[in-house]
Write a protein that binds this ligand. Structure first.
Ligand code: 6PG
Length: 471
C-alpha cells in the first residue's frame, strides 16, 4: 500500500507531528538524515502508521501520487540541501511543505524555484512546541491557494481545534505563512517579556513569594488575561527543583536565549517602517540579559534607587494586571500592524481576523483575547490599528493610568521594564498632538537643506538658516 505523506526530520517537532498524523489514520513515511534518530523514534514511539525509511529515493517511491513531503528540519541551508536532493526524485505536481521556522524571504525564493520545476511548495508556519505538534498545533500555511486546497485536509485534521474549528487556514501566497509565524514569534517574545516584567515588579516591589506569584497568575488566568503563557507561568512558580533544595525558578540562570525569529520580525519592521517597539524591546531585553558579568560590574558602579515600597499589595497586583493587559493589547496591535503592512506591501491580501482566529488554540500565544481581535477585524477588515477598535480602545482608556503608574514605579525603583516602557511610549507617540518632529525637520533643513512642509500653506520649502544667533 502506498503511503500518504513523507516526513523528513524526526527530532522533537518532526517526530511529534508524524505521530499526530499517524494518530489520525494517515500512513506516514518517516526519514531522518541520521539513521540512529529514525531507529530511536521507532523504538521509543512505535506506531503502526509510521513507517521508517533510510533513504530519500525509497521514501519518495513509497508515496502515493501526487507525493506530499513535509520537511521538519533546521531552518536555513539544511532546507535548501534537502530540497536539492528531492527535486530530481519528484514529479510534476508533487508537494514539498516546509514546516520549520524558515525565514519568509527564503520561502519566497524556494517557492519560485519549485514552481519553475513544476513542483508545488508550501511554507507552513507551525506553532505549539512539542505538545502542540503532537496533539494539535496552530498551522499557518502559505503558498498557492490551489496547492493548499490539495493538502488542506491533512493539515486541518492534525491542527488544534478552537470551538470545533481547526486552527489552520490558508494565509497567503509565497512566504506569507512563514511571515505570519515570524510575527507570531515576535508577539510571543513581547508577551513573555511583559509577563517577566510583571513578575519582577510583583516580586521585588510587591514582595510576593513564588507560591503567591503562582496564585496571582492562576487567578489572572481565570480572567481576561487567560492564556497559555500566563497558565504555564503559574505552573513554573510551583515547580520544585530536582537537583537542589527550593524552587527551580530560583536556580535558573537569569539570561535568556533566542533562535532568532523574534529578531527577524524586528529587522523586518525597520525595513518596512512599522514600529513594533515592544517586540524589539523584548529582543533587546534578552540580549541585555546575556551580559551577566557586565551587569554584575555595573550593578556595583551605577547607584540603584531604592525600590518603592508597596503599601496595599492587593491593589498593587491589580494595578500590574491592568498594566500587563494594556501592554498586551499594544504588543498585539504592533504585530498586527506589521502584518497589515506586509499584506499591502507584498500584495498578500492577509485576512487578519482569520489569522487571529487560528491563534486561538494550539500556539504559544493562544489567549482569550484573540477572540476579541478576530471580532475587531470582522467588524472592520481594514482596521488601521487594534487600538482603534471600540473594545480595545475602551480597555486602554480604562487601564492606561495603571500602565503609566506601573511603569513609573518600575522606573523610580530601578527595575528594568523595557516592554512596559515601550508600551507607554508607543501609546503616547500614537496619540501625540505634538511629536517634536517639526524641530527634526528644521534641523534637517538647517544642516542639509532637506526641506520641510508647512502647516499654513502647501508645497516644499527651504529656509536660509542663520548660524550663531546671539541669544
Ligand atoms: C512556537 C515557538 C517556536 C520557537 C520557540 C523558541 O510557536 O512553537 O515560537 O517555534 O522556536 O518558541 O523560540 P526562541 O528560541 O527564538 O525563543
Amino acid at each position: 500500500e502506498l503511503l500518504d505523506i513523507g516526513l523528513i526530520g524526526l527530532s522533537v517537532m518532526g517526530r511529534s507531528l508524524a505521530l499526530n498524523m499517524a494518530d489520525h489514520g494517515y500512513l506516514v513515511a518517516g526519514y531522518n538524515r541520521s539513521p540512529e534518530v529514525t531507529q530511536k523514534v521507532m523504538e521509543e514511539h512505535p506506531h503502526h502508521n509510521l513507517i521508517p525509511f533510510f533513504s530519500l529515493p525509497e521514501l519518495v517511491s513509497a508515496l502515493r501520487r501526487p507525493r506530499k513531503i513535509m520537511l521538519m528540519i533546521q531552518a536555513g541551508a539544511p532546507v535548501d540541501a534537502v530540497i536539492d536532493q528531492l527535486i530530481p526524485l519528484l514529479e510534476e505536481g508533487d508537494f514539498i511543505m516546509d514546516g520549520g521556522n524558515s525565514y519568509f524571504g527564503d520561502t519566497n525564493r524556494r517557492a519560485a524555484l519549485l514552481k519553475e520545476k513544476g513542483l508545488r511548495y508550501l511554507g507552513v508556519g507551525i506553532s505549539g512546541g512539542e505538545e502542540g505538534a503532537r496533539f494539535g498545533p496552530s498551522i499557518m500555511p502559505g503558498g498557492s491557494r490551489e496547492a493548499y486546497e490539495s493538502v488542506h485536509q491533512i493539515l486541518e485534521t492534525i491542527a488544534a481545534k478552537a470551538k470545533n474549528e481547526p486552527c489552520c487556514a490558508y494565509i497567503g501566497p509565497e512566504g506569507a505563512g512563514h511571515y505570519v509565524k515570524m510575527v507570531h514569534n515576535g508577539i510571543e517574545y513581547a508577551d513573555m517579556q511583559l509577563i517577566a516584567e510583571s513578575c519582577l515588579l510583583l516580586k521585588y516591589a510587591g514582595g510576593y513569594t513564588n507560591r503567591e506569584l503562582a496564585d496571582i497568575y492562576r487567578t489572572w488566568n481565570e480572567g481576561e488575561l487567560h492564556s497559555y503563557l500566563i497558565g504555564i507561568t503559574s505552573d513554573i512558580f510551583l515547580e520544585a527543583d530536582d537537583m537542589a533544595d527550593g524552587d527551580i525558578i530560583d536556580h535558573i540562570l537569569d539570561s535568556a536565549g533566542q533562535k532568532g525569529t523574534g529578531r527577524w520580525a524586528s529587522i523586518e519592521s525597520l525595513k518596512q517602517g512599522v514600529d513594533i517597539s515592544m517586540i524589539t524591546a523584548a529582543c533587546n531585553a534578552r540580549v541585555m540579559s546575556n551580559h551577566l558579568e557586565r551587569r554584575q560590574k555595573a550593578s556595583s558602579l551605577i547607584h540603584a534607587p531604592a525600590v518603592t515600597a508597596v503599601e496595599d499589595k492587593q491593589a498593587f497586583a491589580e494595578m500590574v494586571r491592568e498594566a500587563l493587559y494594556t501592554g498586551k493589547i499594544i504588543a498585539y496591535a504592533q504585530g498586527f500592524s506589521l502584518m497589515q503592512d506586509a499584506s499591502h506591501r507584498f500584495g498578500w491580501n492577509l485576512d487578519l481576523g482569520s489569522i487571529a482566529s487560528i491563534f486561538r488554540a494550539g500556539c504559544i500565544i493562544q489567549a482569550e483575547f484573540l477572540n476579541d481581535i478576530t471580532k475587531a477585524f470582522l467588524k472592520d477588515p481594514e482596521l488601521e490599528s487594534l487600538i482603534f477598535d471600540d473594545f480595545f480602545l475602551s480597555r486602554i482608556n480604562r487601564y492606561q493610568e495603571n500602565l503609566r503608574k506601573t511603569t513609573g514605579l518600575a522606573v523610580s525603583s530601578g527595575l528594568p521594564v523595557p516592554a512596559f516602557f515601550n508600551a507607554v511610549s508607543y501609546l503616547d507617540s500614537f496619540r501625540a498632538k505634538a511629536a517634536g518632529a517639526n524641530l527634526i525637520q528644521a534641523q534637517r533643513d538647517f544642516f542639509g537643506a532637506h526641506t520641510f512642509e508647512r502647516t499654513d500653506r502647501k508645497g516644499i520649502f527651504h529656509h536660509e538658516w542663520r548660524a550663531g544667533h546671539e541669544v
